[in-house]
Ligand binder design. Sequence first.
Ligand code: IPM
Ligand code: MN
Length: 344
Amino acid sequence: SRSLRLAVVPGDGIGQEVVAEGLKVLAAALPADVKVETTEYDLGARLYHRTGETLPGAVLEELKTQDAILLGAIGDPSVPSGVLERGLLLKLRFAFDHHINLRPGKLLPGVQSPLAGDPKIDFVVVREGTEGPYVGNGGTLRTGTEHEVATEVSLNTAFGIERVVRDAYKRAAARPRKKLTLVHKNNVLVHAGHLWSRIFAEVGREFPEVSTDYLHVDAATIFFVTQPERFDVIVTDNLFGDILTDLAAAVTGGIGLAASGNINPTGAFPSMFEPVHGSAPDIAGQGKADPTATVLSVAMLLEHLGFAEEAAKVEAAVAADLLARSGTRSTSEVGDAIAARVSG
Ligand code: IPM
Ligand code: MN
């Protein structure tokens, strides 16, 4: 029998509720001979208020030994903005070198898009996960004066760009349409932008079967709304990818359906799967959150760990559930319904 060591970080707000449903579906999907050993870590606002810590070193060390991490949501209004985001979520992404932040944008049958004309949307954003403006390279000067200065420097390394670009080419090559779009802003951010463009062209020579194009990020937002069918695989920097994938969620049925994987393809550290949405403190604890994004993140987790068939089963169950949706259901009712389809 096989065993799987899974770290679970429910986190803040609706994180608890959606993760419970994700685990339900995971249990229903896994073959009977696979034993899941889950360890829950109470990280987030509660721990922070109790101890002042966001990610204790001992926890980080323990997490390293897990096969994967399932994360709910991080962030709470009682904690200053950035403390948990940087000190916990981004710290995990950086510590485990999650350089591939994979975010599918797919409009499933039966899901209402706010876009007119029932567009066919099926793309995946490969967001760089460990560089760009997220590195925390910045500072303030002359605080408290009229001449206060704040900088936020975007870090881009050839190594970091090349590995995410190559990963995106591979993904594009494996899809039927074999199309890859680089999104940046190389007309303004000329230093980073030109490095991205150059490496994109260089790596592209290894993938002659992949057709490529380039869009400035502002233009990309137009096409996400007016012509989303033009996209297949998109590769972009950390911040552009953050913004674009919220827009992607909005045009494919909303943030309640958007899944993501923070992936370290080398396997040196566990990859981490989480819904794109945040902790939604306004609806926390009310059973109102849609757990589907977490369930689809579980499907990505299964796929990553080599359970492709089981992942497909979860996706099919979600697709069937979406088609059958009517009326309001609670968080656990949605989880139960999907789990039942997976088992049945
Ligand atoms: C996301 C979130 C995070 C990000 C925040 C909470 C740090 O918005 O996962 O998209 O910016 O990456
Ligand atoms: Mn985001």
